[in-house]
Write a protein that binds this ligand. Structure first.
Ligand code: NAP
Length: 360
């Protein structure tokens, strides 16, 4: 019997955690056990917990009582298999629990991916149920395991927003304002816009004073504006706002400043997870929620299945290479250290230059 160690989070108060050790049950026909040896930890995981009930992130790996298991992007090796098509030792990349092991039920098995077809995941977005079989992928991707855990899930979203803006001719905007630009999703988008010679829109990053130098060092913003200095943005130009912060004060301030020149307002994230709240009626475009899987589905229909994912992965690899010197990978070993780093992340104590990789 294999012991599994996990960190559970109190769904009613995500600052409370507990370590849980359990035994992996006997496998049913078709199931596999994977040992998760690494996963990335960023504000995105905090958002999964904050919206666990409203969007459904607690449903991927159900816990018990009022507790939840936060999903993470990680790599794992198959250690037990009752599934003829998935051999022992196979390497996987995907959406795992914050735990040392997981039981999966592979279905729709292809050379390079399968889908976890366990009953309780059936209604959840496909993108999270897909596990990549990495040995079938190009060698350069196989060598980028840490980047894939820590950066790709965010940069792939950056790509989908970049694509969404291009798809809509930037809604007529001449500048793009990115809220919480020091986040990986934020600066990934800034990089993609900045590096595309076809994009003429100026890129304006909004961040906190402490993260200004980090953003400056990335060299992908035409202008960096600190929180509460939104009036420095040229209100005379049509503007698209892409928000990773979820900070209601910032949204209200930017809409009020830009007025009808706010031609698109796209809510992507909530890195300022304690600063949410209602924004009410605002001048300019009505803020709308951006859900990355939605843009993938649109492009799957237009470009063919899987094409958007490949483009997003290629764009992610490109940005990952560009920022390799700006992000220091830092290993978090063991569940106690994970609990401490979770608390620090909630408390905004993790500088954007620190890339947390967890090994339980
Ligand atoms: N809708 C989607 O499909 C989708 C997909 C991917 C990511 N996202 C969202 O994008 C956001 C960014 O995720 P990420 O993983 O890229 O973030 P990250 O790299 O971990 O972001 C770090 C930055 O976020 C801000 N921050 C982090 N914790 C904070 C706290 N406790 N209080 C205040 N500010 C804090 C700080 O930036 P500043 O000082 O610059 O504000 C910090 O430098 C998340 O909310 C995530 O859920 C959404």
């Amino acid at each position: 019997m294999t012991d599994c160690i996990a960190l559970w989070v109190d769904r009613a108060d995500i600052t409370k955690t507990k370590q849980v050790v359990s035994q992996i049950p006997e496998l049913a026909d078709g199931q596999i056990v994977v040992a998760i040896d690494r996963f990335g930890l960023t504000a995105n995981n905090v958002s999964y917990a904050v919206t666990g009930d409203s969007i459904g992130y607690w449903q991927f790996y159900p816990a018990e009582g009022g507790w939840g298991i936060v999903p993470v992007w990680g790599c794992a090796t198959v250690t037990e298999s009752n599934c003829g098509d998935i051999p022992l030792g196979e390497r996987l990349w995907g959406y795992f629990p914050m735990a040392s092991h997981a039981v999966l039920t592979p279905g729709h098995i292809h050379e390079d991916y399968f889908i976890d077809v366990v009953e309780h995941r059936r209604e959840l977005p496909l993108i999270y149920n897909q596990f990549r079989r990495t040995q079938a992928e190009p060698e350069f991707l196989q060598k980028m395991e840490n980047e894939r855990c820590l950066l790709f899930p965010l940069f792939m979203t950056s790509y989908l927003i970049y694509d969404y803006l291009i798809d809509n001719q930037f809604f007529g905007a001449q500048q793009v304002v990115i809220g919480s630009v020091s986040s990986k999703t934020g600066f990934g988008l800034a990089q993609m816009l900045h590096n595309d010679p076809q994009v003429t829109q100026a890129v304006i990053g909004v961040t906190s004073a402490g993260n200004r130098e980090f953003v400056k060092g990335l060299g992908c913003c035409d202008q960096i504006v600190l929180y509460n200095n939104e009036a420095e943005i040229d209100a005379g130009l049509p503007t698209a706002y892409v928000d990773m912060s979820g900070d209601a004060r910032l949204t209200i301030s930017l809409h009020s400043h830009l007025g009808e020149n706010m031609v698109e307002s796209c809510m992507v994230g909530g890195s300022h997870w304690q600063e949410g709240g209602k924004v009410g009626e605002l001048p300019g475009a009505r803020p709308r929620f951006f859900f990355a899987p939605g843009q993938i589905e649109k492009r799957n229909k237009e470009w063919g299945p899987g094409v958007a994912m490949v483009k997003a992965m290629t764009a992610s690899a490109d940005v990952a290479e560009r920022v390799v010197a700006d992000i220091n990978i830092e290993w978090v070993n063991g569940v106690e250290s994970l609990a401490e780093h979770w608390a620090q992340l909630l408390d905004n104590q993790i500088a954007p230059s620190r890339g947390l990789m967890v090994a339980l």
